[in-house]
Design a protein around this ligand. Sequence first.
Ligand SMILES: Cc1cc2nc3c(=O)[nH]c(=O)nc-3n(C[C@H](O)[C@H](O)[C@H](O)COP(=O)(O)OP(=O)(O)OC[C@H]3O[C@@H](n4cnc5c(N)ncnc54)[C@H](O)[C@@H]3O)c2cc1C
Length: 448
Amino acid sequence: MQAGTVHIIGAGVARLAAGVFLAREGRAVRIYETSPNAGGRCRSFHDAVLGREIDNGSHLLLGANREAMRLIRLLEGEDRFWKLEDGLPFCDLRDGERWRLPPSGGFGKIMASVPGGGGGMGLVKLLLAGRNATVASCFPAEDNRYIRLWEPLAVSILNTPAARASAASFRRVLGLLWRAEREGMAAFVPKQSWNDALIAPMVEAIRARGGELQFSRRIRAMVIEGGRVTTLRTAEGDIMVASGDTVILATPPHVATMLLPGLEVPQDYAPIVNVHFAVSSPESRSDSRAIHREAGMDAPRVRCVNSGHDVLGIIGGAAHFLFFREGLISATTSAAYALAEEEDEAIAAKIWGEVRQVCHPERSEGSHAVGDPSPLAQDDIPPYRVIKEKRATFACTPENLTRRPGTRTTCANLFLAGDYTDTGLPATIEGAVVSALRAVAGVSGKCK
Ligand SMILES: Cc1cc2nc3c(=O)[nH]c(=O)nc-3n(C[C@H](O)[C@H](O)[C@H](O)COP(=O)(O)OP(=O)(O)OC[C@H]3O[C@@H](n4cnc5c(N)ncnc54)[C@H](O)[C@@H]3O)c2cc1C
């Protein structure tokens, strides 16, 4: 075991990933987490109303998320994910048109897969756009491929409305997708939950190497003396940071700036709204995929080959993506400023209407076959849970990008990690893992 404990504040993806990497290097790791569970913004919990475990948000990874995928392989966790071999299916609510983005083949193939023309000139403009340009400023608003491809990709990846989203950031993501050797657009979703697929395996890996996780332990303040952190203050007493110890501050940005006054961080956040509908009890296997099939959705065009879990992108609706899992249909809306202000009942009714429309177009007016057991054939909304994450991520605007701090701080033994740090990536699982790798390099004295 190398000398010096690494104290990690927070147990989100970035902190746990840092814990995994450090524990593998033989460092003593101690993680303090304010909530009773790990996962942060990528957490799962048992929902009493739905009677099952759900994720706070239906996260999606892409093949191009290289470091996140590498971490999953390190944890031997590939089997806990479904891979959407056939790419991402989409449906346009305005005219019912359906298509599928291929998992690989470059932008030519991706653009060609979207019905209707346009998009080419806007893409050139995006490639040449300056630091203050927004995604929307690069494309004509009525351009078909902008509406069906570039705008939805930008909004869901950057979690920011295209009119405010940084063109430079989107260009960077497209560059990563472009350079991904194979299947950069292949989507990965957990078979059960994010806790099962990623969070619990990270916790186990840390504990297996002697790492310690202390839950319900909020760090209230850090004492800084002589240019280094010497004490972490908690309600239960002080934690001494010995001379060879280091600290990774891995809280969300609004907490980081409270613990380290003067730290500049992105200022405004963008919400994400998720609605989970329980379409059958977990015991019964009459599941959401049956609905998928019933609606003709498992025609080869729109079905992923190997999974009991499908994803469908939606254009022209309040929902942006639907995730189908056994007994559960979950809808995600990114940059959901307006939706997040609505009452839960109104949100659920609106989104359920869209689910019925895409899964059962001919029955969306309420006419359905006698004896049809599908919840889609009923006007009643099935049991649901609305989760509004008002601070889901920082808004990826040109102004906010200039406020992202680096890994190093003014304290010699303090490093930052988290999706808001200056990784060059949007606030995503990949960004969180990259930030962890940088903090680990800092702790190991390799930070540039
Ligand atoms: C609804 C939703 C959907 C998303 N979808 C996707 C997606 O599809 N793909 C994708 O890649 N990303 C997605 N993201 C983004 C992704 O979840 C985040 O980028 C990632 O989880 C951030 O991890 P983090 O470790 O940086 O921060 P966090 O998860 O915020 O972790 C910070 C931790 O610090 C703890 N903490 C706070 N204060 C203290 C304190 N004083 N003392 C101790 N602990 C403290 C918190 O409780 C938390 O556990 C989504 C996010 C949300 C909310």
